[in-house]
Design a protein around this ligand. Structure first.
Ligand code: DX5
Ligand code: ZN
Length: 222
């Protein structure tokens, strides 16, 4: 089953609870929260206090995408704030296995994110630990960027590895997922679809989430 994960990065931050509610009415089932520190990526967004407020505003799982350096230092604070899924960048973790254990020990679902230039094979040995793998289909830092086409090969490769290894982790895709790209993304093997601009960009989150999810389901044959 494909799932839509609205990314609040493109929402109106002054009306966050309403925006999340609209995206949920449109079929969003997990809220994707982009955490940026101005070091790992060239942008700054939000941290645990906003996650804590979101936790009160929705019952949906909160998928926290940490685009930060030294994520270990902040994992306890995200757990305390009510995060459910936590993904860390391969490129930001010196001791990735330890970081994934830390996430799990705090009762959250661990995931690894790969930047466009990072090869899928690099995480082969830790795939059994993961709830999902997030393939970045843009360079992280900003919403509304163009989908990088070779991401599709990475999704296919990861789906192949999953089958070969008999694993059940989910494949998530983030960046430029919109009406013109969603069918290819789903057909390549992804089931967790993050979308920011395509859901919130026009200020019609319910309608636009519904349409995007409809297109994704159609492509998946659901
Ligand atoms: C980018 C973020 C994404 C972003 C995607 O660094 O990780 O989650 O919100 O935005 P769109 O869907 O607009 O490409
Ligand atoms: Zn993200």
């Amino acid at each position: 089953m494909v799932q839509l994960l609205p990314s609040i990065l493109s929402a109106d931050f002054a009306r966050l609870a309403d925006e999340v509610a609209a995206a949920e009415r449109g079929g969003g089932t997990v809220i994707h929260v982009d955490i940026m520190d101005g070091h790992f990526v060239p942008n700054i967004t939000i941290g645990p206090p906003v996650v804590k407020s979101l936790r009160k505003a929705t019952k949906l799982p909160l998928d926290c995408h940490l685009m930060i350096e030294n994520p270990d230092e902040f994992i306890p604070a995200f757990a305390e704030a009510g995060a459910n899924w936590v993904s860390v960048h391969y490129e930001a973790c010196r001791h990735l296995h330890r970081t994934l254990q830390l996430i799990e020990h705090h009762g959250m679902k661990p995931a690894v994110v790969l930047n466009p230039a990072t090869r899928v094979e690099l995480i082969r040995d830790i795939l059994p630990m993961l709830h999902h793998v997030l393939i970045m289909s843009v360079n992280p830092g900003f919403g509304g960027q163009e989908f990088i086409p070779f991401s599709l090969q990475k999704i296919r490769r990861l789906a192949q590895l999953r089958q070969e290894m008999g694993l059940a982790f989910k494949i998530e895709v983030d960046g430029g997922v919109a009406h013109d790209t969603v069918a290819q993304v789903v057909q390549a093997g992804a089931e967790l679809l993050v979308a920011g601009n395509a859901v919130f960009g026009a200020g019609q989150a319910e309608r636009d989430a519904r349409e995007l999810l409809g297109a994704a389901r159609k492509a998946a044959g659901e």
